[in-house]
Design a binder for this molecule. Structure first.
Ligand code: GLP
Length: 260
């Protein structure tokens, strides 16, 4: 796992956005795995800015999002479909037919989950998977104790996750209890993973992911098994790491070295 610790939240976001942009520029037909959450919003804004300046095209890119709430229609303002439209898709030149999210209001959500796996495979698999991390160590909506080999399926959300995401829903609306999410095994199949975490509330999950035991209690720790994962952090989210000096030594200011 490559651990890049940046001096500020802004620097971490710039770094992650720069990596995604460079990847798309080098691989115009990339299949991107996309994430949602507050952390990703400024990253998507940076991609939109680059596109607006004519520096980046998504015309041939295909995307698969990690997850969607069960029982929420794509048109619902709090759906991840809406999030992606508002944050990214409607501002860039991507072909909407090449953007994929699980359908949370499908007649049979289990069938929808299975067919999502098939769609990913048919597209040739994910080449770069973007990830955030939940305060309890979840990736996608793979809550603690998710099977480390799991595939796309329906997961019951924890109360921690529901309360963290409550701020995105109107006060009079209950937050969803279930989601369709790529499994941890699905995520590990991506050729490359890029996880961005910022802020002190992620510090313990980040430490458990990078240095903790490989364990279903911290689903993100499964990334220790992945051959090409880069984690981009700010100082606050890296605060609980034990080997910080080493990470700074290997990647001063979060920069790549000549061995990367
Ligand atoms: C949700 C998403 C995750 C995301 C997490 C963190 O639970 N399913 O993919 O990583 O939120 O969100 P935030 O960036 O808002 O902390």
């Amino acid at each position: 796992m490559k651990v890049l610790i940046c001096s500020s939240r802004e620097a971490a976001i710039d770094r992650a956005a720069g990596m995604v942009a460079d990847y798309v520029a080098a691989h115009p037909r990339a299949v991107l795995g996309l994430a949602t959450g507050g952390t990703m919003l400024p990253l998507y804004q940076r991609l939109v800015d680059r596109h607006g300046k004519g520096h980046l095209s998504f015309a041939e890119v295909t995307t698969f999002n990690l997850d969607e709430y069960v029982g929420i229609a794509p048109e619902h303002p709090c759906s991840y479909h809406s999030y992606m439209r508002d944050a990214l898709f409607s501002h860039i030149d991507i072909d909407e037919a090449h953007t994929h999210l699980p359908l949370g209001n499908a007649d049979c959500v289990h069938q929808e989950a299975r067919s999502y796996e098939t769609r990913i495979n048919t597209a040739g698999g994910i080449s770069l998977q973007l990830l955030g991390i939940g305060q309890n160590g979840h990736i996608g909506f793979n809550e603690p104790t998710s099977s480390l080999g799991s595939r796309t399926r329906v997961k019951t959300l924890t109360e921690t996750t529901r309360s963290a995401n409550r701020r995105y829903f109107p006060a009079d609306e209950d937050t969803p209890r279930y989601a369709i999410t790529m499994g941890i095994g699905t995520i590990l199949d991506a050729q490359n993973c890029l996880l961005l975490a910022t802020g002190p509330e992620k510090a313990q999950a980040v430490a458990d992911m990078i240095e903790g035991p490989l364990s279903a209690i911290c689903p993100a720790s499964a990334l220790q098994l992945h051959p090409s994962t880069t984690v981009i952090l700010d100082e606050a989210s890296s605060a609980n790491l034990r080997l910080t000096d080493y990470y700074h030594h290997v990647h001063p200011n979060g920069e790549e070295t000549r061995f990367d």
